[in-house]
Every structure is written in C-alpha cells, then in structure tokens.
Design a protein around this ligand. Structure first.
Ligand code: SF4
Length: 491
C-alpha cells in the first residue's frame, strides 16, 4: 500500500463512499477477498440494504462462542459502536481492540501490533481460538490478516475481512466467520482425529442446522427427525469449537437460514447434502421431512410415518390459533419467508415480504410457495420498499425492522418488531404452528387504542411541531419604532 493511500483511508468510514474504499482495497491487494465477497453476497437491486455495521454479525458469532477471543481491528468510532451494541445485546465477553493511527497504518506497524495482540492472547488454558476481524479501513488498506500464524501456542488464529463495503448485511457477516471456522475445522479433521462433541458422538446420523433459531426449535426438529432414524446435530454458528467437527460429521445439512452461502460451500466440499427451507406449518413440514428423508436415504415408509405423526398435530394447532387480517412482513434475520408461510397457513393475508437477505437457491422453495399464494417477495429489500409496501397495503399489522415499525405506528397501524417479538418464538413443527397467533392477534386488537392515541395527539410532532427545522429560520421584520409622545403606557 502506498503511504498516500493509507493516509487517505484513515478518515474513511461508512459515509466515505463504498466505491472509494473498494478501490483502495483493490489497490492494496485485496481484490481476491472482494471478489469472493461479491460472489457470495450479491447486492442489488440497490447497493446495500440499510443495516447496522455488517461486522456486528461476525463479532456476535465470535462473542457467543466459548473459549474464543474476538479482536477488532478498525477505526475507534467503529469499534465503539460495535462494542456498545454487543454489550447492549448481552455479550458476556470482552471485545479485543487493536487501535491504529496514520503512522502505524502507513508503516505496516499495525499488522505487527495485531500479531503482538494475538501472541499475548494465545493462552491455551483460556482459548481454543482467536478471531481477528478487519473492519473497513484496515481492509481497504490491505492489512494482511492472512499472514497471521495459523496457530499460536496451540491456539487457533483466524483472520477475516468484514468490511461494510463488501459484506452487505450483518446476517451475511455471520456466514463469513462461520465459514472460516468450518474451513479451519475441516482442515483439522482431514489431518487426523479431532475432539468429540461434549456429550460424545451421536449413535444416529445427524442433521446439522444452519442459522440461529429460537432455542426450542432444534428440540422440536429433533422430535420430528426421530421417526426417520435421525437426530439433530449442532446449530451453526456453533457455541463451541469442538461442535464444528460434529457439524461437519453429519448426514445432511438443513439450511434453515438460506443465506449462509460460504458455509454451505464448506459443507458441500465435505460431501454433505444440503436441504433448503424448514419444517414450518403443514406444507413446509411435509416437504422438509420428504427432502431430509431423501437426502439421508430414509425408506419412504419411514418418511410417511413421520408425516403421519406430525402433520395432523400441526394442522390442529394452526386451526386452533387462527389469524385473521392483512400483514406485511419485513426483516433482516433470514427467516422472513418462513414467518410469512406460517402466517398464511394460520389464515392471514400476506401481500408483501421484504428481506435484507439475498435470493439464493436455498430460498427458492419458500419463494415459490409464497409467490403461488400471490405474495410479493422482495430480496435485498430497501427500507423505502418496506415502507412503500406498508403505505400501499395499509395492513392490519406491519411486522418489520425498527424504522418500518415506527413508520407504521405513525399512521396508526399496529406493528411488531421482527427481531424481538417474532424471532423470539418457536417457528418449527407443532410447537411453532400456533406460536405467532397470540402476539399477532394481540397486536391487531390494539387498533382502537392506536386510533384513540392518534386522535389525542393529532398534529403533535408533525410539521412545525416536529422540532426539526427543514429550513433556516428567518428573522421577523422589525416592528416600526413608536413615535415619541404617542399613546404611552406606564414607565
Ligand atoms: S467498520 Fe462498520 S461502522 Fe466502521 S466504517 Fe465500516 S461499516 Fe461503518
């Protein structure tokens, strides 16, 4: 990297312009990294959905793992925001940070500082792995984390680039780290024996679950796999290094979240079959049991047995908890299409689903099912598209991200925040079938309250009372001076 390039990069951030940072990264020898990110996480129809710093996804995956140190290398303002957000969301581990200035960036000392930090952290009694994450400026400046030692004192070292100008969403940044760990673990397993899972190896063939989900869901999925002679393996991203070997050692992978492109590549390279969609609702569960059974060479009669055991219970739960109303769904979790399927099977009308995730072949089954029901599915949805859908549909309920919820509520439309209120419920199998009805119906029943509040606060916080001046205040014309001796008041 030239000195000028390094100096110019130092002041760049989210608002500096992705194109400029991308050009700098290419000039600094990171073209291969950028090309890989562009292939795995295609953008469009617009550049990038509005989202928080994408690196948060990787950081969260690292912080959730036992015996794993997470170290950020980036601008102080980025690190402040990322560590604040991670502790806001209850991280129980410290966030490591290697700071830099123009001199350490220009001279290459920053890389030496990172290496020094890794060497100090590499205590095998405390850590299985150290993850170093290059944020925007070090990526654009070409800080070569690939040159870090692969192990230090027996502790694995993983360096990744998660720049905001290359990874579109924080959801996909989870995939960047999960896949890097899978690749490392696959290499170890190819070399020889590796650590067994904490509870020992499963006697039955396992199905690895790809994508974070509500904690009860893997248990429910396990019950549905039982008649097939299968059981659940780990959920990826894993909570511990040794689970990575068990995840790779599976009969099939269920890509519950369909955007884990790089992780899926690792599983495919390990020779594992991958199945899209998830056991949600009646139709989703029927198709998923069939697909998993076929991928694991399960006899057709056993697949039929599993369907007979669970589908009537799911239909019953859906019928007992009906949802009546029109709902728009938008989010960035990757499970938006699954939620929409469940709402529709519960009786709701869902004209629009927007997701920040890209379209992949693993979301095809859900997209086709939804489109056959007349739903408009928007991948890489922009906030403007989500808000426009709310405006056009005028739903009874808008499920969405914080700004979508705010936009809906401003118009007296009941709204639920996807991440806190929808993702915090089971979705799979019989347990998931009726789980959304309570919260969704309660929210829609609040319409009268919304109308009352809107009438009460009419005009408050809008236009000139919003407290936001859309133009420079202009001084009023001065009053003409009073004539001396005119109608005077008291002195
Ligand atoms: S690392 Fe995140 S917060 Fe920092 S400039 Fe990049 S996208 Fe923005």
């Amino acid at each position: 990297m030239s000195d000028d390039a390094a100096l110019n990069n130092e002041g760049h951030g989210c608002h500096a312009g992705g194109d400029e940072l991308r050009r700098a990264a290419e000039a600094a020898g990171k073209s291969d990294v950028l090309q890989r990110l562009a292939t795995d996480y295609p953008t469009g129809p617009h550049d990038q959905p509005q989202t928080m710093c994408p690196a948060f996804g990787s950081l969260r995956v690292g912080l959730r793992m036992r015996r794993t140190a997470s170290v950020l290398c980036g601008s102080a303002c980025c690190v402040y925001g990322l560590s604040f957000t991670s502790h806001f969301y209850g991280a129980r581990r410290s966030v490591g940070y290697v700071p830099f200035d123009s001199e350490t960036l220009v001279t290459g000392k920053l890389f030496e500082d990172v290496r020094e930090a890794v060497s100090q952290l590499a205590v095998p009694d405390q850590y299985d792995a150290i993850v170093v994450m290059n944020l925007c400026v070090p990526t654009a400046s070409g800080v070569p984390l690939r040159l870090l030692p692969k192990t230090q004192n027996g502790v694995r070292v993983i360096g990744i680039d998660v720049p905001g100008f290359g990874v579109p969403t924080h959801a996909e940044a989870k995939d960047v780290l999960a896949s890097a760990m899978l690749r490392y673990a696959r290499g170890e397993a190819e070399q020889g024996p590796v650590q067994a899972p904490r509870g020992g190896r499963s006697a039955k063939p396992t199905v690895t679950l790809l994508g974070e989900m509500f904690p009860a869901d893997p248990v429910g999925i396990g019950a549905m796999l039982e008649p097939l002679g299968l059981t659940t393996g780990p959920v990826v991203p894993t909570r511990e290094w040794r689970e990575l070997y068990a995840a790779l050692d599976c009969a099939a992978v269920a890509a519950i979240h369909p955007y884990y492109t790089a992780s899926i590549r690792e599983f495919e390279q390990a020779g594992r079959a991958v199945v899209g969609s998830a056991p949600v609702g009646h139709d989703g569960t029927a198709a998923w049991l069939e697909a998993i059974g076929n991928a694991c060479n399960v006899a057709p009669e056993k697949i039929a047995e599993a369907k007979n055991a669970f589908l009537p219970a799911i239909s019953g739960a859906l019928a007992q908890s009906p949802i009546k109303g029109t709902i728009t769904v938008s989010g960035y979790e990757g499970s938006e299409l699954l939620v929409a399927r469940l709402l529709i099977e519960s009786g709701a009308e869902v004209p629009y689903v927007g997701t920040a995730a890209p379209r992949t072949r693993w979301s095809d089954a859900d997209r086709e099912w939804l489109e056959a029901k007349g739903v408009m599915v928007q991948f890489r949805a922009a906030l403007e598209q989500d808000k426009a859908a709310v405006d056009a549909v005028k739903p009874d309920l808008a499920i969405g991200t914080t700004p979508v919820v705010q936009h809906a509520k401003e118009q007296s439309i009941p709204a639920l925040y996807f991440t806190n209120l929808i993702s915090a419920r089971p979705l799979m199998g019989p347990a998931g079938a009726g789980s959304l009805a309570q919260v969704v119906n309660a929210a829609m029943a609040g319409q009268a309250r919304f109308d009352k509040m809107t009438a009460f606060f009419a005009g408050v916080g809008e236009g000139e009372t919003a407290g936001v001046w859309d133009r420079q205040p202009t001084p009023r014309p001065a009053k003409p001076a009073r004539k001396a001796g005119g109608a005077g008041g008291k002195r």
